[in-house]
Design a protein around this ligand. Structure first.
Ligand code: F6P
Length: 320
């Protein structure tokens, strides 16, 4: 069997560990692995290279993707999908393993529909927004990176009695923000799933001030409320507090993967190859209730992941 492996969309710490797990598990089964460079764009541009177990040495502890990635609009067109499919067939690829998040999963499904080649998706995304899956590769690493940054920011917040808005990634969902807010002891988790107005936040900041709490951390998901700097100036006006903004940005996507992200990568990579060996097509591999599971990609694409409301409430309960 010839397996093509692709890393697509946003990189997530642990992707390299998953590449290693796929290549070595595949080799153990007597399968050949072809790495596709630059994500789905590389499928269109025919950027394949053979990956042997030796080629994936020394990468379990590195961030990014040795295969590189891309955002590829061409892949969303019939022409792009046709070209990708032609290239896969000319390389005699029997199975495609793609690592990525929600968008990559949808792209992989379209590819399978057009090419007839089965796919397996390894859930890898710092957004952790895939329905039916509790945890993706990279999420734990991104949470820890953001929490470490906020621990440092809190030192300044407390020293100067300041309020900080810390914006984290997550696209249009609040999973990363909520996990980070709870773990960093933030006073607010501002997430798209629980809309809140700036006026409401201002009121709570003032109430907390009255009971002696003079500094706060607002963890804001990038998809909630809007521009953090505008939010800060409005809050400044409404509360009279000294406010600062930190947008954590891409530091959350890079860096050394945590042990947890690496271990998930090893488990998911192995399972993805087993699915190919079992000819169980079009599944996504992730963690659910502490177990490695594989779910039907189409069903996952049609569902929306729910936010944990209890966790959201807990941030406020513990913020007094
Ligand atoms: O999906 C991962 C993610 O980092 C999101 O959190 C963020 O909105 C987006 O990717 C940023 O994308 P890009 O790398 O194209 O700027």
């Amino acid at each position: 069997m010839n397996i093509a492996i692709i890393t697509s969309g946003g990189d997530a710490p642990g992707m390299n560990a998953a590449i290693r797990a796929v290549v070595r598990s595949a080799s153990g089964q007597g399968f050949k692995t072809l790495g596709v460079e630059k994500g789905f764009l590389g499928l269109i541009e025919n950027l394949f290279k053979l990956l042997t177990p030796r080629d994936v040495s020394g990468i379990i502890n590195t961030g990014g993707s040795i295969l590189k990635s891309s955002r590829c609009d061409l892949f969303k067109t019939p022409e792009g999908l046709e070209k990708a499919s032609e290239n896969l067939k000319s390389r005699r690829v029997d199975w495609v393993i793609t690592m990525g998040g929600d968008g990559s999963m949808r792209g992989a499904l379209s590819l399978s529909e057009v090419s007839g080649i089965p796919v397996t998706v390894i859930a890898s995304s710092i957004d952790n927004d895939i329905a039916g899956i509790d945890e993706t590769i990279g999420f734990d690493s991104a949470v820890n990176t953001a929490v470490q940054a906020i621990d440092k920011i809190r030192d300044t917040a407390v020293t100067y009695d300041r309020v900080f808005i810390v914006e984290v990634m997550g696209r249009n969902r609040g999973f990363l923000a909520l996990e980070v807010a709870l773990a960093s002891g933030a006073e607010f988790a501002v997430i798209p799933e629980h809309p809140i107005t700036v006026e409401e936040i201002a009121k709570r900041i003032k109430q907390m001030g009255e009971i002696g709490k003079r500094s706060s951390i607002i963890v804001k998901a990038e998809g909630a409320i809007g521009d953090p700097f505008q939010m800060a100036s409005k809050l400044r006006e409404l509360t009279g507090y000294d406010l600062r903004v930190t947008v954590l940005g891409y530091i959350q996507r890079g860096g050394v993967p945590t042990a947890r992200s690496r271990n998930l990568a090893c488990l998911f990579g192995k399972r993805a190859v087993e699915l190919a060996a079992e000819r169980k097509k079009n599944r996504i591999v992730g963690l659910k209730d502490g177990q490695v599971v594989d779910l039907n990609i189409r069903e996952v694409c049609e569902s929306i992941k729910k936010i944990d409301d209890e966790k959201y409430e807990l941030v406020s309960i513990l913020a007094i």
